[in-house]
Design a protein around this ligand. Structure first.
Ligand SMILES: Cc1cc2nc3c(=O)[nH]c(=O)nc-3n(C[C@H](O)[C@H](O)[C@H](O)COP(=O)(O)O)c2cc1C
Length: 377
């Protein structure tokens, strides 16, 4: 069957129709008034690329080397908790895409499928993401588990010292152990395909937490992760260590000095601080402060192939997307995911041709047509 997804907005629109509000609100929502969510995408729209002509732009390569590995494209999947609430096999679909197309996949502490299973599907593509949720012994046992499963890259997320309120989740009654009241019953009953599929598969559970004992408490403080913890973690984890959720330049400099292998500039897709800077707006200054060689990842608000190119032009080495993948799965399962990946790859390559580059090492500041105030500072 042909896909109806030609861009991430298609995926979003179809997913919003097919998923109950309970689930679409969890994926789409941000914190506060969701000003941060819209600002993330608006910030990309403000950036303009400089078209060039009469250059030899064939053949082009979208291959990107990052942290000692070669990937087919400079983009991948940001870690997201409980993906299987969107579709019972969402994590497996993402892992299959990661291995088939050689792209990295972030696997959350709060994932609905265990690191052993996902790493077996996509060896050498899985970046395990750590939240320091209490109890600390259990959280640290996950680091050992990820290592034993074969993960070589650990992502410590540091922008959730306390999970922020997401108004849509409160309105829709989304909780880890949600109860089906009248509102949820109506919501589920009016989305019978989704509801029957999920009823058949069973309710997804956080796979890195046992059913008894160290239960996953989504609202518990994660402020145990501090500078001292980072020093200890750097000592303990011998693989690649990435710090995710950084938008402050002084923090970034300190993290680099401690020896993290990369920084992931992100505001959690506007889910934590409504008035946070859009990561793309801070990226050029971040690049300047950390030097030309230091590995930088960017996410939050990336929706199109051209956005990926904009992020690379502004100083990122790698770009991640969150919600668009879940929209694609919610809309058309595996077929939707494939369609979105293809669209992003094609548009990225076409945009490279437009700005006159054949590969990412040819990118310079001059590919930017418009320097924003935020970028010039
Ligand atoms: C449904 C959902 C769950 C998420 N769960 C996590 C998580 O468990 N760990 C984490 O580091 N980030 C998590 N994030 C944030 C993403 O990794 C990423 O930073 C964000 O989605 C990027 O913004 P975008 O959705 O605009 O692409 C989650 C985001 C969404 C939408």
């Amino acid at each position: 069957m042909k896909s109806n997804i030609h861009c991430s907005e298609d995926a979003q629109q179809i997913a919003l129709k097919r998923l109950p509000k309970l689930i679409s609100g969890f994926v789409e929502g941000g914190t506060g008034r969701e000003v941060g969510v819209s600002n993330n995408t608006a910030a990309f729209d403000r950036i303009k690329l400089q078209a060039r002509v009469l250059r030899k732009v064939d053949p082009r390569s979208t291959v990107q080397h990052f942290l000692g590995q070669e990937y087919s494209v400079p983009f991948g999947v940001a870690p997201m908790g409980m993906c299987n609430v969107v579709h019972p096999r969402a994590d497996q679909f993402l892992a299959k895409m990661a291995i088939t197309h050689n792209i990295p996949l972030g696997l959350s502490t709060a994932a609905s499928t265990a690191v052993e299973e996902i790493n077996a599907i996509a060896p050498d593509r899985v970046w395990f993401q750590l939240y320091l949720v209490p109890p600390i012994d259990h959280a640290m046992s996950l680091v050992d588990r990820a290592e034993a499963a074969g993960c070589k890259t650990l992502v410590l997320t540091v922008d959730v010292p306390q999970i922020s309120r997401r108004i849509r989740d409160l309105q829709n009654g989304f909780k880890m152990d949600f109860k089906i009241g009248l509102r949820q019953f109506y919501d589920l009953a009016t989305h019978p395909v989704y509801s029957l599929r999920m009823a058949w598969a069973g309710r997804p559970q956080p796979a890195h937490f046992p059913k008894t004992g160290a239960k996953f408490d989504r609202t518990a403080s994660r402020a145990l992760a501090d500078w001292e913890f980072l020093l200890n973690l750097r000592d303990r984890w011998k693989g690649q260590l990435i710090l995710k959720g950084v938008t402050s330049i002084p923090d970034a400099v300190q993290i680099k000095d401690i020896g993290a292998d990369a920084i992931w500039v992100s505001n959690h897709g506007g889910r934590q601080l409504d008035s946070a800077l859009a990561p793309i707006d801070i990226l050029p200054q971040m690049r300047k402060a950390l030097g030309p060689e230091y590995p930088l990842i960017l996410d939050s608000g990336v929706r199109a192939g051209e956005d990926i190119l904009k992020a690379l032009v502004c100083g990122a080495n790698f770009v991640m997307l969150g919600r668009p993948w879940l929209y694609a799965i919610g809309a058309e399962a595996e077929r939707g995911l494939e369609s979105l990946r293809e669209a992003l790859t094609f548009d990225l390559s076409a945009a490279m041709a437009q700005i006159g580059v054949k590969n990412f090492s040819e990118i310079t500041n001059e590919n930017l047509a418009l320097f924003l105030d935020a970028i010039e500072k």
